[in-house]
Write a new protein. Structure first.
Length: 176
């Protein structure tokens, strides 16, 4: 099929405008090629835990209440750990934890250093805690949650402990 000169000119002009429009409509830039950055959400939690294995012991375990900022709310935490002592009054706990909430769970690992205060009769008069957390997963509404955080707290007797978590999490969906 042979096209006339005016038809060829019109066809070339039409194809040129399509190619030019496609180039303007979909520019490929380094910024467009990068993945969308994950949004980080700051979460704080206040916990009251009770030792289910009395210390001193080679392992530890706790269970208690947790009150966290939105969207988590009120729940409970269960944890277990290995105790590593560096002296009679200092050491660390490391192990897994799991927080249970109405809309799902979050879980991860922790490492917490402790310093114990003793009376003259070697009775525990207080314990201070400081450490880090790593959130490695979750279930249900929190299945995509990941992140890190810090933990600090104290106990008057190594049985009842109050802790504060400061977490930086991704994968948190707001609202109900």
């Amino acid at each position: 099929m042979r096209l006339s000169t005016p038809t060829r000119r019109a066809l070339i002009a039409g194809l040129s405008s399509i190619v030019a429009t496609a180039g303007v409509a979909t520019p490929v830039t380094p910024a467009a090629a990068k993945k969308k950055a994950k949004k980080t959400t700051d979460i704080s939690c206040a916990l009251t835990l009770f030792a289910t294995i009395r210390q001193p012991a080679p392992t530890a375990a706790n269970f208690g209440t947790a009150t966290c900022s939105r969207p988590f709310g009120t729940g409970v935490q269960q944890d277990s750990s290995v105790t590593t002592r560096t002296s009679l009054t200092t050491g660390s706990f490391s192990g897994p934890f799991k927080l249970f909430f109405d809309r799902g769970t979050i879980n991860g690992t922790f490492t917490i250093s402790f310093v114990t205060s003793l009376s003259a009769a070697y009775q525990i008069t207080g314990v201070t805690y400081q450490g880090t957390l790593k959130v490695t997963g979750g279930t249900a509404a929190y299945r995509k949650v990941r992140g890190t955080g810090t933990v600090a707290g104290s106990s008057p007797d190594a049985v009842t402990t109050t802790l504060a978590y400061k977490l930086k999490l991704t994968g948190v969906r707001r609202g109900r």
